[in-house]
Design a protein around this ligand. Structure first.
Ligand code: FES
Length: 252
């Protein structure tokens, strides 16, 4: 027998008051939240908007808030939510009035917190990318016809391995500092900075460039050590720990 699951979904046309819409969806084995959103789009409302690309927890496009916890929709199975253990001490995130949310029967779907909604679950990621570009997270090399080799021994790779897994999904922007200060550079941006600062292949000049940006007041010094980013990161990158490492290693 097909089991149905109720959803309460944040909707926003982008030019008016948001509202919450209820949907009932037949659940199949292994169905992800992303699959459920496709069902809503296919069978209930073709104008319903959300982002996705890889469907395999790689591209970071499908970050959204599920039952008040930011998660990747493609990696979250509908059936596991009943027993899902919510990370402790998450800040409250409010998108609209949900007085009628029946937590025992409905899965609540909302956009990522601390970002402006463009439409439904699609948020404006431009501030996220703007800050990302500011830390210049890449190598610069002199151009030559023969690409220079960049060697790294396994031990050096180990020091950045955890940080390399960041997929830039924006989930860590649930940080209360992002909520308070729109100019805060953000946990993902600082984790990415740490990834390059630590990289044995980075030139001294580039390292100093990144450091001069992340040591500005709106970056590492603004972190208030909530470590919410560590608890919600779907890839265990632990941005809060990266920020602490930059602080410990480079602020005297
Ligand atoms: S669709 Fe790519 S991470 Fe979910």
């Amino acid at each position: 027998m097909v089991e149905n699951q109720k959803f309460l979904v944040y909707r926003n046309s982008g030019n008016g008051e948001p509202w919450y819409e209820q949907y009932e969806i037949p659940i199949s084995k292994g169905m992800s939240i992303l699959d459920a959103l496709f069902y809503i789009q296919d069978y209930h409302d073709s104008t319903f908007a959300f982002r996705y690309a890889c469907r395999g927890a790689i591209c970071g496009s499908c970050g959204m808030t599920i039952n008040k916890v930011p998660m990747l929709a493609c990696r979250t199975q509908v059936s596991t939510l009943k027993t899902f253990k919510k990370p402790i001490n998450l800040p409250e995130v409010k998108f609209g009035d949900i007085y009628d949310w029946d937590q025992s029967t409905e899965i609540l779907i909302e956009p990522l917190p601390n970002m402006t909604v463009i439409k439904d679950l699609v948020v404006d990621m431009e501030p996220f990318w703007k800050f990302y570009r500011e830390v210049e997270p890449y190598f610069t090399k002199e151009w030559s016809e023969i690409a220079p080799e960049s060697k790294q021994i396994p031990k050096e790779m180990k020091t950045i391995e955890r940080l390399v897994y960041c997929i830039l999904c924006g989930i860590c922007w649930m940080c209360p500092v992002n909520a308070k200060y729109p100019h805060y550079i953000g946990p993902a941006q600082l984790a990415k900075s740490d990834r390059f600062i630590r990289d044995s292949r980075l030139s001294k000049e580039n390292r100093e460039k990144i450091l001069s940006r992340v040591l500005m007041n709106d970056a590492v010094p603004s972190c208030e050590k909530y470590f919410v980013c560590n608890r919600v990161c779907p890839k265990d990158v632990m941005p809060g720990t990266a920020i602490k490492d930059i602080r410990d290693n480079w602020i005297r």
